[in-house]
Design a protein around this ligand. Sequence first.
Ligand SMILES: Nc1nc2c(ncn2[C@@H]2O[C@H](COP(=O)(O)OP(=O)(O)O)[C@@H](O)[C@H]2O)c(=O)[nH]1
Ligand SMILES: Nc1ncnc2c1ncn2[C@@H]1O[C@H](COP(=O)(O)OP(=O)(O)O)[C@@H](O)[C@H]1O
Length: 206
Amino acid sequence: MIKEKGILFILSGPSGVGKGTVRKALFDQSTDLRYSISMTTRDPREGEVDGVDYFFKSREEFERLIEQGQLIEHAEYVGNYYGTPKEYVEHTLEQGKDVFLEIEVQGALKVRENFPQGVFVFLIPPSLEELKDRIVSRGTETEEKVKNRLLAAKEEIEMMDAYDYVVVNDQVDSAVKKVQAIVASEHCKRERVSNQYKKALEADQS
Ligand SMILES: Nc1nc2c(ncn2[C@@H]2O[C@H](COP(=O)(O)OP(=O)(O)O)[C@@H](O)[C@H]2O)c(=O)[nH]1
Ligand SMILES: Nc1ncnc2c1ncn2[C@@H]1O[C@H](COP(=O)(O)OP(=O)(O)O)[C@@H](O)[C@H]1O
């Protein structure tokens, strides 16, 4: 029997839109998705754990990972590197398990080059004012950084058309439900495709 590969899901969108919040709420519920933990050079925030939230690396270590081709993509974002580990993602997909990435927009566009069959989901805020409130209320950024993140957000929102799905993060619960619906729908789609494929193989043998 042909073993089906897992599906790669990518959740992206501007900083402060709620990617981390939606992803955590999704994984708090029962799910068959595997979350790919990213590498970063940014300092851990209070309560963050190495190997759980991120793999925290020095700039030298990160640059070595890039040189060794160990990342599917990486991006420099507001002064720090972030990247997706290649081996974990490829190995997990090969085992037939779905992988979930939560990454910023530049990185997501690079993933699309290597994984055109991935499912790209763009999370948008109900409004730009609401986005600003969320970044400010999170309290992790200086005023200067809030400005930079909002400028980046405006450019990123223009990339929305390059995605397969757009989800408005008005309420966390409803955004999670929409992401779950996308996952279910993509499974049905591939099931249909693979059934057609199996039928074609059978027809070929007879
Ligand atoms: N390109 C890329 N972006 C990532 C990766 N991991 C996390 N990010 C994104 O980097 C941005 C900054 O992340 P972080 O410093 O944790 O801040 P926050 O998500 O805005 O609270 C967010 O948009 C993340 O989604 C990754 O592996 N690759
Ligand atoms: N649907 C929502 N409604 C209100 N606040 C939200 C919602 N989603 C996220 N937030 C809040 O917005 C802020 C930014 O969310 P976060 O998940 O850190 O964003 P991102 O990972 O996209 O940078 C956090 O304070 C979070 O609690």
